[in-house]
Design a protein around this ligand. Structure first.
Ligand code: PMP
Length: 419
């Protein structure tokens, strides 16, 4: 056969083999649900960004304290980059365990008030590794640690990365209603006691703008002998007198068995960690698969994050600015007539719109009006509960926020959502 004919026959077979993926992508596009991946011509972590030759107010960055460009953080990254280069060259059990990474583990533990901590290239990898490790000691192969005896009790509002991590374990996944303590207690008392029982919640639910009822959850876990795992990606740096997160906010530091945190939100970098008791972390250094089988956090990032933790600890002024900006946005949106979720504890303002298509249209018009704040919709939030999560940063000026509120007013009136 002529080589062109072979090419077109094999291209046809390949296309056919892949048809379901094309159809799914088409379906999302046809329904207007395919996310818009805007190409930014500037950083996305500053109060404003450049897209398509226009300047927009950025209201969707998790760089809450503005540390992504903090001079001390940048200096630390630059000087370490010169020494260590761009990548780690291997996992921590090969050549990746450079001094600065051990220093980062120590800095995280000190910051969180725990005995030890283990760090990962992303927060996702921390969540992916944790539940299999917690519920399958010895990978379930050594007596008496049989596989499948563990239970993970999971708040239904947990982040997608928690659900993915639980799915990688042999544990039974039991969902309880979001923040419903009675439901948690009931399901915990039904759970099989042969294996580990792990309760997993977020400390700070950014899409709801609320903090979890941790005093009660800590007490319930203590009473039932359950392991408490808190994903506090969004509380870290933002809540608590020294930015220690949701546990510090309640005066409960050290009362969870493991706290998961992400470096890519208030700390302005990338990476994640698990912080807890020395023996548990010692065990995770052999059982957390993303730690064993993936490359380490790059040294320049580790140095930047050590510095970011120091700035965060003394960052009262930044936290005050963040809160002031949040108050301006929240009261501004509410006085326009928008429904803003949350009890005011967490400085994130999710404006509820409801219908998915409406939210997508709203975000497009907002974009045209000079505000970059994409909509969150199913499956990130329940169907019919689409919202624009408005995230202020400490670095926004009042003028940026007024511009943003004016845009919300224009679009809200145009779509007859507010008077
Ligand atoms: N947990 C929560 C609650 C998150 O919001 C995120 C990130 N969106 C993660 C975990 C994952 O963290 P990372 O971005 O560091 O992978």
């Amino acid at each position: 056969m002529h080589s062109e004919a072979i090419d077109s026959a094999s291209a046809g077979r390949a296309a056919d083999k892949l048809h379901r993926y094309r159809e799914t992508a088409d379906l999302f596009e046809d329904r207007g649900l395919y996310p818009e991946y805007h190409r930014l011509d500037s950083a996305g972590t500053q109060p404003t960004c450049q897209i398509g030759g226009r300047e927009l107010v950025t209201l969707c960055s998790n760089n809450y304290l503005g540390l992504a460009h903090h001079p001390r953080v940048l200096d630390a990254a630059r000087s370490t980059l010169e020494v260590h280069g761009t990548g780690p060259g291997g996992s921590r059990c090969l050549c990746g365990n450079v001094d600065v990474l051990e220093d980062l583990d120590r800095a995280v533990a000190d910051f969180m008030g725990t005995e030890d901590a283990i760090t990962f290239p992303t927060g996702y990898m921390a969540n992916l590794s944790a539940f299999r490790a917690l519920t399958d000691p010895f990978l379930g192969t050594v007596h008496p640690y049989a596989q499948g005896t563990g239970t993970v009790l999971c708040d239904e509002g947990n982040h997608a990365t928690v659900f993915d991590g639980v799915q990688l374990s042999s544990a039974r996944r039991v969902l309880f209603q979001h923040n419903d303590l009675e439901d948690l207690e009931r399901r915990l008392s039904w759970a099989d006691r042969k294996g580990p029982r792990v309760v997993v919640v977020e400390g700070t639910y950014s899409l709801e703008g609320e903090v979890a009822p941790l005093p009660e959850i800590v007490e319930i876990c203590d009473r039932h002998g359950a392991i408490l795992y808190i994903d506090d990606a969004h509380g870290l740096g933002v809540l608590g007198a020294h930015g220690g997160g949701a546990l510090q906010h309640f005066g409960l530091e050290g009362r969870a068995d493991l706290v998961m945190g992400s470096f890519d939100k208030a700390l302005g970098g990338t990476g994640g960690f698990l912080a807890g008791r020395r023996d548990l972390i010692r065990y995770l250094r052999i059982a957390a698969r993303a730690y064993m089988f993936s490359s380490a956090v790059p040294a320049a990032m580790a140095a930047a994050m050590i510095s970011a933790l120091e700035v965060t600890r003394g960052g009262e002024l930044l936290r005050r600015r963040l809160r002031r900006n949040y108050e301006i946005l929240r009261t501004g949106l509410e006085s326009l007539g928008f429904r803003v979720l949350g009890d005011g504890t967490v400085p994130v303002a999710p404006a509820l719109l409801g219908d998915e298509n409406l939210a997508v249209h709203f975000q497009k018009r907002l974009f045209q009006q000079g505000v970059f704040a994409p909509a969150f919709r199913w499956p990130a939030v329940p169907k019919g509960m689409a919202r624009i999560r408005v995230t202020p940063m400490a670095t926004h000026s009042e003028e940026h926020l007024r511009r943003a509120l004016d845009a919300f007013a224009v679009v809200g009136r145009e779509l007859r959502l507010v008077a």
